[in-house]
Design a protein around this ligand. Structure first.
Ligand code: LR7
Ligand code: MN
Length: 570
């Protein structure tokens, strides 16, 4: 009996141990399947393994709450975005040597980054992919925090839902902070990014759009450059993601950022110096758009993005100018790659403006149909010109005469004070040392702006490029540029005034070869425009007629005056 009782105890023990282990096993299973990942430590969240993300984050449920379902709303393929998953493998688009080159990085305690993402009406799956790609492909120790600013999105539960999925985890782990900010009323991306940066605690701040995917190893090459020089600002090369197929392509590392005298962003081809490899970091007159990283302290010392700029546009050009003029530099780093969805036009409207003048400009500017051109950008450009261009602002006004009429509740005093404090260079210096392209555009110009004959101006109609004489006060009246060396007279859309074989005046794509150049070549005799091929003068004998006729020195119908005459340079 005793033996029997003694034999029963270990058996019961084994039973209890097995039951305990089984319950633990069940608990772990339940925990892993749990929708909330409150108790999962961050170290597990940032595994560089795509499966772990699929597992812990129930992203399907999160994205299923996307309230607006039309692709038209977002201007990209929403259904595809929803099915792509929260993270996907991206092709390696950088030079193969970028992956194995040893990097000289400071310890994370001296070089961590706060990432600021402001978004307005972004699809949930797209925003999530931006965030997850960032968390999965950034070394944990260098990522100080994520600052998400919901800029008045229509999807009002978005931020709360995001918080629900992410907040507990990141809050508990203390390794990565996440700040969720919301503007109930839309304030624009410039204001939002400034707010994010002012609350950031990392050494560096990175501004990112909300429809990006960072590629493997994006951060290290940027950090390496930034630690060499505290006043440097860097951009990755942007890899285009197609809005329809969401295909990820390699961006071009032979381009740098720049702008023209209308203060519109342009890509500029760069020439490689002898022995310069395309994958090496290179200087750029402007950022590759708005995705940029720099020391937070330096950013704040420069006053951040100019807070007078409204909603969208121009802020990265303004920052680029003041960086260069006030002792900083800009580099593009081809070993760092970030994918960005390039949409053909804005996915959002601009808030209605109360000011009648601006509303007028708005309506007028829609006629311009220049991609990425907005009324706020227009008054934003005026602020940039007034703040930094010194006497060169006349170039801007000659090309954008309507900007003169925009009333601004802004004086450039603040910028001038900053400029004095930081001992910034005059704009002339930028032309000499940073952007020879912009200087050449300036030096190549003989005259520019509207072209007046009597009380009317030569105009190339927007929809069909038909030439006519229109009121000079018409806001979008054509701005012409007369080039010194080629004698071409071109519009901003690179159409040139030419003469067909029938002697008819035409508007045609500006030619680069000698023959077309000859038919597009004009000489100036006082205010007369003499066509080099026919040796006859541009004439407006009747109200809407435009023709060539024998030059008559005092004929008012042959007198054409530009808004801005350039001085001759030596
Ligand atoms: O009112 C708004 N509030 C916002 O938060 C309007 C927009 N946004 C958000 C928006 O959700 C997005 O995440 O701001 C970000 C940028 O707006 P986009 O993506 O509609 O514009 P974009 O890609 O054409 O923006 C380029 O120009 C902007 C000018 O203000 C910014 O500088 C963007 O950062 C910039 N984007 C890039 O640099 C990517 C490459 C494009 C180029 C060249
Ligand atoms: Mn964008």
């Amino acid at each position: 009996m005793f033996t029997g009782r003694n034999n029963g105890r270990p058996r019961r023990c084994i039973f209890y141990i097995l039951a305990f282990l089984f319950s633990q096993f069940l608990f772990v299973i339940i925990l892993l399947r749990s929708e909330s990942f409150d108790n999962v430590p961050l170290s597990q969240q940032t595994k560089h393994d795509n499966d772990s993300w699929e597992h812990y984050l129930d992203w399907r449920e999160f994205i299923s709450y996307t309230s607006e379902r039309s692709a038209k709303f977002y201007l990209y393929n929403l259904n595809l975005s929803d099915t792509l998953g929260v993270i996907r493998k991206l092709p390696s688009t950088r030079h193969y040597s970028c992956g194995y080159r040893p990097r000289n990085l400071p310890p994370p305690s001296k070089a961590n980054v706060s990432v600021v993402i402001s978004f307005h009406n972004e699809a949930r799956s797209m925003l999530l992919r931006t965030i997850v790609s960032l968390l999965a492909r950034t070394p944990e120790d260098y990522l100080h925090e994520l600052i998400l600013v919901d800029d008045g999105s229509q999807d009002v539960t978005l931020l709360a839902d995001l918080k629900r999925w992410m907040g507990g985890v990141f809050g508990a782990s203390r390794r990565l902070g996440v700040q969720f900010l919301v503007n109930r009323e839309r304030k624009g991306l410039i204001w939002s990014r400034n707010r994010g940066a002012s609350l950031a605690g990392g050494h560096y701040v990175l501004f990112l759009d909300s429809h990006c995917e960072v590629n493997e190893g994006w951060l290290e090459p940027l950090l390496e450059r930034l630690t060499l020089s505290p006043q440097l600002a860097v951009s990755p090369v942007l890899d285009p993601i197609d809005p329809l197929t969401l295909g990820y392509r390699k961006g071009n590392e032979l381009l740098k950022g720049g702008f023209d005298w209308s203060l519109h962003f342009h890509w500029l081809r760069r020439q490689l110096a002898e022995k310069e490899l395309p994958e090496m970091p290179y200087k750029s007159p402007a950022f590759a758009g708005g995705i940029l990283m720099m020391s937070r302290e330096w950013f704040l010392k420069l006053g951040g993005f100019n807070s007078y700029l409204k909603i969208w546009g121009g802020e990265s050009i303004e920052l680029a100018i003041k960086l260069w003029l006030c002792g900083g530099q800009i580099e593009i780093v081809p070993c760092s790659r970030i994918g960005h969805i390039f949409r053909r036009r804005h996915a959002f409207d601009f808030p209605p403006q109360s000011d009648a003048q601006e509303t007028y400009l708005h309506r007028m500017l829609i006629g311009f149909a220049i991609p990425h051109f907005s009324p706020t950008q227009y008054s934003n450009s005026k602020i940039i010109a007034e703040s930094w261009l010194d006497e060169y602002k006349n170039m801007f006004y000659a090309l954008r005469p309507a900007a003169r009429r925009i009333p601004l509740d802004y004086t450039s005093d603040e910028m001038q004070q900053l400029s004095r404090q930081r001992q910034c260079q005059p704009f002339e210096w930028y032309l000499r040392h940073v952007s020879p392209e912009l200087r050449m555009q300036f030096e190549e110009l003989a005259a520019t702006g509207s072209l007046r004959n009597g009380d009317r101006c030569l105009h190339a109609r927007q929809k069909d490029a038909q030439l006519m004489l229109a009121s000079c006060h018409h806001g979008d009246v054509t701005q012409w540029s007369m080039l010194r060396s080629s004698g071409q007279l071109s519009t901003q859309r690179e159409l040139c005034l030419g003469v067909a074989s029938t002697k008819r005046i035409t508007l045609e794509p500006c030619g680069r070869n000698e023959t077309t150049r000859m038919t597009q070549r004009w000489l100036r005799l006082g205010t007369h425009l003499l066509h080099a091929g026919t040796l006859q003068c541009l004439d407006n004998p009747l109200r809407d007629r435009l023709e060539l006729s024998v030059c008559r020195p005092h004929a008012p119908s042959q007198s054409f005056q530009f808004a801005l005459e350039m001085e001759t340079h030596t």
